[in-house]
Design a protein around this ligand. Structure first.
Ligand SMILES: C[S@@+](CC[C@H](N)C(=O)[O-])C[C@H]1O[C@@H](n2cnc3c(N)ncnc32)[C@H](O)[C@@H]1O
Length: 509
């Protein structure tokens, strides 16, 4: 594996840039850390400390790093070895302020009950901890989601949402566990690098699980003002009362890795026009996990038709809706070309792509009543319209489309986040009614960053949909073919978000 996926901690002897207010790293070391996913390694904790602190703080003394007593044995010697001061933060004590805080909760809540019992106390401790941070100082919390018989217990998301009520959440990094230190890759045929794991399903999986081999590294920043701990905060931090009952556990399918890097072949010319397309190899992997030959696959926001094309290539029937007529036409032409070249088909391939609005009932009129698998990716709110996105400037220069459309019904054109989220949830809830019982829906999405603020779209969407569907484990599609940009260099942590959530939801029998 190239070093790019690991953080580099070969602390350079290069001169410290005097304008660098955050840390003592070179621009190259800074850039490496900015990637939003990485393979966990023995030096991971050290990397966080070196990124979020200088050896000497603004007052010219050793930086003070706050930790909790549960982590003291592991962290205090490491902090001292890096010539910083380790401060164990206890409620009730008021001491000098902290330059950074690091709380490792990754093994703290092994299950739903342990979280439900201790989360309120932890939240009070984290709030106290936040009071001790200097304004502009960062706090990193390591945490995990957990399993309850095939259902996701979203502990990391709950912590992220609750702590962001008093600290600004500044994006996450996803730490990927790998025993051999190698990447999990998906080849062009949709096979995971570890072949046996991607074997197609033979029976409908009653319970589909992952190895839960990722850690969330949530980074927060203290602002001047610190909101007090709202008395009604605990319900959102605690276990959700409304989650459906646990799924019956049957080990029909081997647990999948929670993260992977698709290695797609170069994109065809026509589809380059579309600003956000997912790799067909990824679609094939999912199709093999969640559907069987001959079944009906649907994508309500089909773009240039990746889902449909991959579905047909795997002998599934393929259906889609796409709002932009230009994309719908490209999708249609790609499928027609594929269908005419396909000599192995015994029956004519079954497919249809409607040009329409996924929110409107009439778009579904001529489509099948039920689908066996839904795989889709919405616009990531109005992310494509954000100024300064480097890839957008390049697309403009190359004469490619920067936005999906100018249509007001296009979900990528909504101004208000809550409106956007509500409309999206309504579309998926309606779709859930058309999903056959016991079957799956996969949504590929990102948390969105806008003007320095995080809108946790993936978490919000999954939690809203889990009112009616069973939320299964999430997976991460990690990208390693994009160029890192030095956002925030010298003064703030801003990640290059190169991971997408793949949210899997299941309809109850
Ligand atoms: C992230 S892209 C999907 C890309 C697709 N998965 C692919 O690989 O080509 C989202 C798509 O949703 C479409 N879209 C936005 N609002 C829509 C709506 N209300 N109804 C149907 N499609 C919509 C956009 O035109 C865009 O092509």
């Amino acid at each position: 594996m190239s070093d790019e996926h690991k953080h580099s901690t070969n602390f350079s002897k290069a001169q410290v840039d005097p304008k660098n207010r955050m840390n003592d790293l070179t621009s190259r070391e800074w850039l490496t850390f900015q990637k939003s996913w990485f393979v966990l390694a023995p030096q991971t904790l050290k990397d966080f400390i070196l990124f979020f602190t200088k050896r000497q703080n603004a007052e010219g003394r050793a930086s003070r790093i706050g930790i909790v007593r549960e982590n003291a044995e592991a962290l205090a010697p490491l902090i001292r070895a890096l010539n910083r001061d380790a401060v164990i933060v206890e409620i009730g004590e008021e001491e000098a302020q902290l330059d950074y805080g690091l709380i490792d909760l990754s093994e703290q809540f092994p299950n739903e009950d342990s979280f439900a019992q201790t989360n309120e106390a932890w939240l009070a401790r984290i709030h106290h901890f936040a009071r001790r941070l200097k304004p502009q100082a960062y706090l990193t919390i390591f945490t995990r989601n957990r399993d309850a018989a095939g259902r996701l217990v979203p502990i990391a998301w709950q912590i992220g949402r609750s702590v962001s009520e008093f600290l600004s959440i500044k994006d996450e990094k996803i730490g990927c566990e790998s025993e051999a230190g190698t990447l999990n890759t998906i080849g062009s045929t949709g096979k995971l690098s570890s072949g046996s794991l991607s074997s197609p399903i033979t029976q409908q999986p009653e319970t589909w699980t992952t190895k839960q081999d990722v850690i969330y590294c949530l980074n927060f920043r203290r602002e001047e003002e610190l909101a007090s701990l709202a008395p009604n905060l605990s319900p959102s931090f605690g276990a959700q009362a409304s989650l459906p009952a646990a799924v019956k556990m049957t080990a029909l399918h081997p647990a999948q890795p929670s993260w992977f890097v698709p290695k797609p072949p170069p994109r065809e010319k026509g589809v380059l026009l579309h600003p956000a397309k997912f790799p067909e190899s990824l679609v094939i992997y999912f199709l093999n996990q969640f559907s069987r030959e001959g079944e009906r696959v649907f994508d309500p926001m089909a773009g240039t038709g990746s889902t449909l094309l991959a579905a047909l290539s795997q002998n599934r029937a393929a259906y889609g809706i796409e709002l932009n007529p230009q994309f719908q036409q490209i999708a249609k032409q790609r499928i027609e070309k594929f269908a005419t070249n396909q000599l192995t088909f015994i029956a004519a391939p079954q497919w249809q792509i409607v040009n329409g609005d996924a929110s409107a009932a009439q778009s579904y009129e001529n489509l099948p009543e039920k689908f066996d698998y839904v795989l889709t990716s919405p616009p990531y709110w109005d992310m494509l319209r954000m100024k300064g996105a480097e890839t957008q400037q390049k697309r403009k220069a190359a004469g490619l489309l920067q936005f999906y459309s100018e249509d007001a019904r296009d979900l990528g054109n909504y101004d208000d986040y809550e409106d956007f989220l509500r409309t999206l949830v309504e579309i998926y809830e309606r779709l859930a009614e058309r999903l056959a019982a016991g079957r799956y829906m996969t949504i590929i999405v990102k948390n969105v960053k806008k003007k320095g603020k995080i809108y946790p779209l993936a978490w919000d969407l999954a939690l809203a949909l889990s009112r009616n569907l069973i939320l299964c484990h999430e997976q991460f599609w990690c990208q390693d073919d994009l160029k890192l940009a030095p956002f925030g260099y010298r003064y703030a942590w801003v990640s290059n978000t190169f991971h997408h959530y793949c949210l899997h939801l299941r309809k109850e029998e």
